[in-house]
Design a protein around this ligand. Structure first.
Ligand code: GRG
Length: 281
């Protein structure tokens, strides 16, 4: 299957299950509308796609990993809803649309985030492979630790790396490993994919920081240069744009070298690394 065809197939699987999960929820209509609004607001579905890709790469079937993949997308969506709240990053726009709290109000947005996290846990509790379940739970916990570091941590390089390893990296790692565990991966494969996820998470965050400066409003779905205006410590504000770009290339090479150590056909995951490096979403 061509890369884009495989990507689209995973997105379709994910969105079908997310749609069913939302339709089946017995949430009051305003809560259901709020959760559905953000879940279907145009996210790239990177995390479920990489979860399903990791599973199939190791010989599992995408449908087996689908509950974990959808739970991760729900957790990711809740984190964005809460991150946009006035008490946190205070963003009025997300993916080019009004943020959840701008449409439904702050209290309902808090609940929409809580609801998505709770539904995610309910969904992933149905996963047969306990290690896949634990990987998702760990990702959710560490992401919150990362957000806390981001809010309260010291603005230095060490804290920046730790923050992003947790805030952005943990859920991406959960996606890769939940897929791998579902395919009953051996410990050697888990170790390699764990290292891959560390490099991939860093790549994602560095390119996100670069995009905040170089991206267009359409590409970002929000205003350009927000990190700088908010006095945020990012890879770009700390090291400069050129050094951040070189570091992105360097960590993408490290991620590819991790994949080289696997015997399986890693072309889909390689394609995702290229897509993130070039931000061609
Ligand atoms: C509120 C507990 C809590 C956590 C929030 C993820 C996060 C932690 C904050 C978002 C801030 C941010 C911009 C982080 C950078 C990385 C990131 C998660 C970007 C958005 O991910 P994409 O590009 O989003 O995959 P889409 O819109 O495609 O789903």
């Amino acid at each position: 299957m061509e890369f884009q065809e495989q990507w689209n197939y995973y997105v379709t699987l994910t969105e079908s299950m997310l749609k069913v999960q939302m339709e089946q929820s017995e949430a009051p209509s305003i809560l259901q509308d709020g959760m559905t609004y953000s879940l279907f607001a145009g996210g790239k579905r990177l995390r479920p796609v990489i979860c399903l890709g990791s599973c199939e790469m190791l010989g599992g079937s995408a449908t087996e990993a689908l509950k974990a993949a959808c739970a991760i997308e729900m957790i990711h969506t809740y984190s964005l809803i809460h991150d946009d709240l006035p008490a946190m990053d205070d963003d009025d726009l997300r993916r080019g649309k009004p943020s959840n709290h701008k449409v439904f109000g702050e209290a309902n947005a808090i609940l929409a985030g809580d609801g998505l996290l709770s539904l995610a846990m309910q969904l992933v509790s149905q996963v047969e492979n306990k290690k896949a379940y634990q990987a998702v739970a760990k990702g959710a916990v560490e992401m919150v630790y990362g957000q806390s570091l981001d809010l309260n941590g010291k603005p230095d390089a060490e804290t920046l790396f730790k923050t992003h390893e947790k805030k952005t990296g943990a859920l991406l790692k959960a996606a890769v490993l939940a897929g791998a565990y579902t395919a009953n991966a051996e410990q050697r494969q888990i170790d390699i994919l764990s290292s891959f996820s560390d490099h991939f998470g860093l790549l994602f965050q560095i390119t996100d920081d670069i995009l905040d400066i170089t991206g267009t409003r359409e590409q970002l779905g929000k205003s350009v240069g927000k990190d700088e205006r908010d006095d945020k410590v990012t890879f770009v504000t700390l090291y400069g744009l050129d050094a951040a770009k070189s570091e992105a290339v360097h960590v993408s090479e490290a991620a590819i070298m991790d994949l080289d150590r696997l015997d399986e056909d890693t072309s889909f995951l390689r394609g995702i690394v290229g897509k993130v490096l070039n931000r061609s979403f």
